[in-house]
Write a protein that binds this ligand. Structure first.
Ligand code: SF4
Ligand code: SF4
Length: 130
């Protein structure tokens, strides 16, 4: 990831159309591990809006404080974190026919390097960083 959508989400759909890489799934998607509960950011797709905007567009659009928070960078150092999250159902990483599970070892994603690990591990509200 990237960013993460929390239980604060009210399923308003303000964020998904704003994402430049279509990384956000609605609550009715069967590719969403939280189907029937809340929207979901695909960590294997989210680029933290690097190269698209100065601030994550989803967070800018979201009306609900605490609904979009930081997650860990989707890079090789955190492969185990994402693999474990996929096992426990926190994530639903895409399975590629030939490449297998699209973990950071297969394809890492850009991230905002000015956001510290402390901020990310605290799951801080994204907009509070700007
Ligand atoms: S941070 Fe940017 S790329 Fe990531 S889900 Fe939000 S809008 Fe999409
Ligand atoms: S904009 Fe915020 S509250 Fe609305 S669906 Fe997206 S994360 Fe949920």
């Amino acid at each position: 990831m990237a960013v993460m959508i929390t239980e604060e989400c009210i399923n308003c759909d303000a964020c998904a159309p704003e994402c430049p890489v279509a990384a956000i799934l609605a609550d009715d998607s069967d590719r969403n591990p939280h189907e029937g509960e809340r929207f979901y950011v695909k960590p294997e797709s989210c680029v933290e809006c690097v190269g698209h905007a100065d601030t994550p567009r989803c967070a800018e659009a979201c009306p609900t404080e605490g609904s979009i928070v930081w997650d860990l960078p989707f890079v090789v150092d955190f492969t185990d974190y994402y693999a474990d999250g996929n096992e426990t159902g926190a994530y639903k990483i895409r399975e590629h026919k030939k490449k297998g599970l699209m973990l950071p070892t297969v394809k890492a994603q850009p991230f905002m390097d000015e956001i510290t690990l402390d901020i990310r591990q605290a799951r801080a509200n994204v907009l509070d960083s700007f």
